[in-house]
Design a protein around this ligand. Sequence first.
Ligand SMILES: [Zn+2]
Length: 341
Amino acid sequence: MMQVYGRRKHSSRLKHKRPAGPFAPARCKLPQMHLKIIGSAAGGAFPQWNCSCPNCRALREGTFSGKPRSQTQVAVSADGRAWFLLGASPDLRQQIEGTPELHPRDGLRQSPIAGVVLANADLDHVLGLLLLRELQPLQVYATASVRRILREDNSMFAMLQRIPNQVAWSDFRDGEAFPLLPQSNSLKNNATVHCRAWSLSDHYPTYVSSERRGQLAPDEASMGLILTSSTGSRAAYFPAVSRISDELLHELETCDLLLFDGTFWSDAELIRVQGAGQTATQMGHIPVKDTLETLAGLRRPRKIFLHINNTNPMLNQASAEHSRVREAGWEIAEDGWQFTL
Ligand SMILES: [Zn+2]
């Protein structure tokens, strides 16, 4: 069973910790950006159904110093009413129920969820789309390559196209900024969050056939997303980063909030726990202990690790790894954290 934990307690603690700057409680009249982390774990969540690693075992036994987490899911809104999901996690149904802002408000069938931005075609990032199939109008933004994988190769996604105007797909490209707009909206509303994609990797999911891979653009496989509010505040969503270029470093320094790849602590973490498998680097993730060094000079953003695998020792609040992360000025995301930028 998956639950969403600690929503209010921790969001208020975080706000209290940093009351100044772009995170101050909303008093000004200008439009802003609301962002919620409603899931913070990597694929499989924490605990994972078939995992008995030291973390998962201790959590089940009630001896773990730390929280369970659902699979990574972020929601963003310009006005606190229409929300856009970054990805659609397999835990989405429970995550929606645990998030009052995402509950239906007006009429018998309605949802504050206006759309979804897909950063890649990984199952942990797109399976939740199938949970949103009840004829609800939605805007879905993706690269043309990700759209083709889902719509042309996976017939289940046709359930999102049963009636006209059910799901409207929009393509975006690397570097292109686009406004997040509900289907019924127009550009007149200036309380709009703009999204810009940053190509991170040419690695498509294993389930994509080699024939199809040959037809897809390499720079459309896995994207980071940079969100900008009408007032200019910026949040970066980078849950899968295989390398950090000088260009990317410069880009991240322009952001106020950074949600960054916290999948694995060390390169051989999964091999050590399972006895076999791939390194973090082979799976397209920089280990956290390397990121702490590479991004040590980053000054502007509030830095938060998310997309944390259940094997990562930093999940344990009593661990040396947890202390190292905190001493380096980073935070470790929990389900339910919210921000106003
Ligand atoms: Zn585990």
